[in-house]
Design a protein around this ligand. Structure first.
Ligand SMILES: [Zn+2]
Length: 75
């Protein structure tokens, strides 16, 4: 027996689709409409890359702060 997933209606093409937990893309878009293709706004992809970089920098800054805190405690 197949697992039942919630049925959602795609906001782009109005088709019903199963919202699987591992479905990539948006939760309110069917797999076809959330598949990355040439019509994807380049600006959005650029923002994603920027967000990832910002997150990495934030992580690095946090690590650095932790390190300084530890060193301060040691001395
Ligand atoms: Zn769709």
């Amino acid at each position: 027996m197949r697992m039942a997933f919630p049925i959602k209606t795609c906001v782009v093409c109005d088709e019903e689709f199963e919202l699987k937990p591992d479905k990539p893309g948006f939760a309110n878009r069917c797999p076809e409409c959330s598949a990355p293709d040439a019509s994807d706004p380049v600006e959005k992809r650029r923002m994603d890359a920027l967000e990832r970089q910002t997150a990495a920098e934030a992580n690095e800054a946090r690590r650095q702060a932790m390190r300084e805190l530890l060193y301060r405690k040691d001395s």
